[in-house]
Write a protein that binds this ligand. Structure first.
Ligand code: HEM
Length: 127
């Protein structure tokens, strides 16, 4: 019961409102390739930069110079999980959709922190 009310107040937070707008993402690629956090950690430089957002792995190497927020901030998260940073920055639905361009795989089930089978999950992460 306590968890239910915590969740509803989270959903009512101003910063969360835009994320509650349904965003339809193509799910063609997830599942194609399972990539561990250990493997992601090797891709942490300007010529080879992967980041993890919501348990999915993105190769943002070709996006570094295009990112409206700059390349430095992406490189800070190169080889790491950037879910909270991505969310906390308040990216638009368009930015969430743009993620799909860079999708290369997803974390193994045992390393996921958002999309666990049958587990707790945020109500509004991209499907
Ligand atoms: C593949 C991953 C990412 C994509 C596709 C992406 C895309 C975008 C887009 C399209 C914008 C323009 C504003 C908007 O539409 O929301 C933006 C802005 C921004 N992004 Fe990202 N982003 C990514 C990852 C990140 C990460 C990991 C951070 C780390 C905090 C970040 C920080 C920012 C910041 C600070 C801005 C604001 C720039 C400004 O308004 O001056 N982004 N991003």
């Amino acid at each position: 019961m306590a968890q239910t009310s915590a969740l509803s107040s989270f959903s009512n937070a101003t910063t969360a409102v835009r994320y509650n707008t349904p965003v339809t993402l193509s799910t063609a690629s997830p599942g194609e390739r399972v990539i561990t956090l250990e493997e992601v950690s090797w891709h942490d430089n300007p010529s080879d930069c992967w980041i993890v957002i919501y348990d999915r792995v993105y190769d943002v190497t070709d996006f570094l110079d295009e990112h409206p927020g700059g390349s430095d901030i992406l490189l800070e998260y190169g080889g790491r999980d950037a879910s909270c940073a991505f969310r906390g920055t308040g990216h638009s639905a368009q930015a969430v959709r743009a993620l799909n361009r860079f999708l290369i795989g997803e974390l193994p089930m045992e390393e996921r922190i958002f999309r666990k089978a049958g587990g707790y999950r945020l109500s509004d992460i991209p499907e």
